[in-house]
Design a protein around this ligand. Structure first.
Ligand code: FPP
Length: 241
């Protein structure tokens, strides 16, 4: 018997949780945890790319995060903007293409411009896709898709009887993303937190006890090894061995 077969998931999504607790444990401001979380995100993107993952999704700012204190919200906006500008060169070196899932309204202009210019600058990259979820909520994404579909029905462009799951998929923020295979959540909580609700229908869930700023490539290897041992059935029966 050799080593167990490793199956590389096509799409890995991460709820980057535990930044605040990581900082509080050290007597630091919560924003220090987000700053470290940014470097963890860089380690994750490199590790996923090295292992041949096709697409990664990172939950950087949710529609619920607006309820945090203004200083924390502002720090996150500035951090995400700064990270995009600082990482552009490396994204291009690794042929990574940035896409953005999230509501276009309500973000500071500087962050919106940084997102749009990075999307444009990496549009020709043919390697891994990095789906950055900013001002993102799963329910809002599905509601937005439903709105667009309703408008098409009203305009006579679409027959209501023909609306199917594929119709919803085609109206998500980034329709071409493959379904999520593996959803990683650091920080120990067993929650989905309104993340990629449509795309995670059959995702395998992997919870890490460590906080996000402590993420290392070994965590991804452990998650992939665990994922490889699971027998995905998609609601059917196990495949014959
Ligand atoms: C959740 O931890 C984390 C966030 C709300 C922000 C995550 C954003 C980053 C790490 C910035 C990354 C930027 C790029 C461009 C990749 P929490 O504050 O809820 O932690 P807690 O549960 O311990 O309080």
């Amino acid at each position: 018997m050799g080593d167990a077969e490793i199956i590389i998931p096509r799409h890995v999504a991460v709820v980057m949780d535990g930044n605040g607790r990581w900082a509080e444990e050290r007597g630091l401001d919560r924003t220090e945890g987000h700053r470290e979380g940014r470097y963890a995100a860089r380690r994750f993107v490199r590790a996923a790319d090295d292992r041949g993952v096709e697409c990664v999704s990172l939950y950087a700012f949710s529609t619920e995060n607006w309820a945090r204190p203004e200083t924390e919200v502002e720090a996150l906006m500035t951090l995400i903007e700064g990270a995009l500008l600082a990482e552009l060169e490396e994204l291009c070196q690794h042929d990574v293409r940035l896409v953005w899932s999230g509501g276009r309204e309500g973000l500071p202009g500087a962050l919106r411009r940084a997102l749009n210019s990075t999307i444009e600058a990496t549009a020709g990259n043919a390697g891994m896709v990095l789906n950055l979820c900013v001002n993102y909520g799963g329910q809002a994404e599905i509601a937005e898709a439903a709105k667009q579909i309703a408008q098409k029905v009203r305009a006579g462009e679409l027959d209501a009887d023909e609306v199917a799951p594929e119709t919803i998929s085609a109206h998500l923020y980034v329709p071409e993303l493959p379904p999520v295979d593996l959803l990683i959540r650091p920080g120990g909580d067993l929650r989905v937190s309104n993340f990629l609700l449509w795309q995670i229908a059959y995702a395998e869930f992997y919870v890490m006890e460590d906080f996000w700023p402590d993420f290392q490539a070994e965590h991804l290897d452990a998650a992939i090894a665990d994922y490889s041992r699971r027998r995905r059935r998609f609601g059917g029966l196990p495949l014959e061995e």
